[in-house]
Design a binder for this molecule. Structure first.
Ligand SMILES: CC(C)(COP(=O)(O)OP(=O)(O)OC[C@H]1O[C@@H](n2cnc3c(N)ncnc32)[C@H](O)[C@@H]1OP(=O)(O)O)[C@@H](O)C(=O)NCCC(=O)NCCS
Length: 173
């Protein structure tokens, strides 16, 4: 048990977060594609969208002024990501949160959220908003644990033409 605990600590210890710069587009693209491949149920975007104009849309997101892109690295290998982008009325949006299964349950998601929250606070926002697909319990639990509450608002319609994303918000202090 001690040995297992020490391995877990070591894995956690080697994890770093990196804020991406404009030259990092290939890295961001690769992690985003890994996320859509591994967890298609969690995102409104589909892997297939990449070939139907998605690349241009993601590039526009990438180049959005004042956006903040964070990647989690394990020994230099990307194992997680989160984006912060400007929203309406001075809010900021948390988007594209993903953690590779090999490092889930070690607080990586929490660290990625904290990094985007810090950016949002520093940019003067008072609210951080996100959308989540109903039924994505691990993500909803993570967001609730980190202070997000369901706002009752509905987000975009999903591909099934029936279900809408749920909006969660966190007041920033
Ligand atoms: C949702 C998701 C981002 C969570 O990432 P994560 O890194 O596992 O999140 P955390 O580790 O911060 O928290 C998850 C669990 O680990 C636990 N945990 C946190 N820190 C820990 C640590 N140091 N050691 C052990 N467990 C820990 C948490 O208590 C939590 O447990 P619980 O959910 O069983 O109660 C990840 O599951 C994922 O990428 N899912 C697919 C994509 C997705 O759904 N994205 C969200 C779109 S809205």
């Amino acid at each position: 048990m001690d040995h297992l605990a020490s391995i877990c600590d070591r894995i956690a210890g080697m994890l770093t977060l990196r804020v991406l710069t404009m030259n990092d587009w290939p890295l961001w693209r690769d992690v985003r594609l890994a996320a859509l491949t591994e967890a298609p149920h969690a995102f409104k975007s589909r892997l297939a969208d990449w070939h139907r104009g998605g690349e241009e849309r993601w590039h526009a997101r990438w180049e959005m002024p004042d956006a903040h892109h964070v990647v989690a690295l394990l020994d230099g290998r990307a194992v997680g990501m989160a984006d912060g982008v400007p929203g309406d009325d001075g809010t900021r949006e948390l988007k594209s949160v993903w953690v590779s299964p090999e490092v889930r349950g070690r607080g990586v998601g929490e660290r990625l959220i904290a990094a985007v929250e810090t950016w949002a606070l520093q940019s003067g926002a008072t609210v951080l908003r996100l959308t989540v697909i109903p039924g994505n319990e691990p993500a909803i639990a993570l967001y609730q644990r980190n202070g997000f509450v369901a706002s009752g608002e509905l987000g975009d319609l999903l591909a099934d033409g029936v279900t809408r994303e749920h909006v969660m918000k966190k007041a920033l202090h």
